[in-house]
Design a protein around this ligand. Structure first.
Ligand SMILES: NC(=O)c1ccc[n+]([C@@H]2O[C@H](COP(=O)([O-])OP(=O)(O)OC[C@H]3O[C@@H](n4cnc5c(N)ncnc54)[C@H](OP(=O)(O)O)[C@@H]3O)[C@@H](O)[C@H]2O)c1
Length: 241
């Protein structure tokens, strides 16, 4: 889900090259059609808006068309800096990253719970969920929601003895359309590189993975910072570079 650009698109390409059969979804069909043209035997596509009421039905139809799935990968998301707390941005972010995410993950969780072999649920959240970031409040808060939701579902699946695996992927800054706003983002990596690391994490059944190594060092350090210091930090990107 969210295979039309960025990390989702790059991961799809890697998995197709390895011979996997994929159901690709997003609102924009054109990039999905291009992958289908390149790999006609391996790709089914569907136009799905994660915020729409029919998203669960469309996911189920795609699963049926594929004859079942073993892994669901959720890459859909939006995010913007929002100093003025523009309500349009805040609400759209909540609808996509919290409500849309929840209804998609819920649909596949119930699907995997219903079959003996279970499955694997993976999502791209973000390091932005590990602390409240002043530049993008709703983005940061919805990513924290995703981190917590995945953790809660994993505990629930264990309590219910369901064979469902979970991978929560938390990248730092990645050079995709999501950051296309003329700000300068430090320690930026390319989506192809992020996708390679994501793919490896999926194959290894990792529970939580921070990408890349520089953020793996940074995130535990900033999590240790007391709130008295965190709330005074000036974490912002420079404009116009
Ligand atoms: N780029 C970064 O620095 C960064 C860092 C950490 C985490 N992330 C997270 O990584 C994920 C992927 O983002 P990206 O960086 O690869 O950006 P991207 O290129 O903008 O990709 C976002 C994907 O989400 C899909 N999407 C957005 N709204 C949707 C909706 N309502 N319904 C269905 N699909 C929707 C888009 O497809 P359509 O527009 O075609 O629907 C697109 O395929 C996001 O969750 C993002 O928060 C990004």
């Amino acid at each position: 889900m969210g295979a039309s650009s960025g990390m989702g698109y790059e991961l799809a390409k890697l998995m197709l090259r390895d011979g996997h059969t994929l159901g690709l979804a997003a609102r924009r069909l054109q990039p999905l059609k291009e992958l289908q043209t390149a790999y006609p035997q391996q790709v089914k596509i569907s136009a799905i808006d994660v915020t729409a009421a029919d998203a669960p039905q469309r996911i189920q139809s795609l699963i049926e068309e594929l004859g079942g799935i073993d892994i669901y990968f959720h890459s859909s998301g939006i995010g913007k800096q929002n100093w003025m707390l523009d309500a349009t941005i805040e609400e759209a972010t909540l609808r996509t990253n919290a409500l849309g995410f929840t209804q998609c993950i819920g649909t596949v969780y119930r699907y995997f719970a219903s079959r003996p072999e279970g499955g694997h649920i993976a999502c791209i959240s973000s390091i932005a969920g590990t602390k409240g970031l002043g530049v993008a409040p709703s983005y940061s808060a919805t990513k924290a929601f995703q981190n917590c939701y995945m953790q809660a579902l994993e505990q629930q699946a264990n309590m219910r003895h369901l064979p469902i695996r979970f991978t929560d992927i938390r990248p730092g800054f990645v050079d995709t359309a999501l950051l296309n706003d003329s700000h300068h983002y430090p320690m930026l990596i390319q989506p192809e590189k992020a996708a390679r690391q994501i793919y490896k994490a999926l194959l290894r059944n990792r529970h939580v993975v921070v990408i890349d190594w520089r953020y793996r060092l940074l995130v535990p350090l900033w999590k240790l910072l007391p709130n008295a210091i965190w709330r005074r930090l000036r974490i912002r990107t420079r404009d116009g570079e």
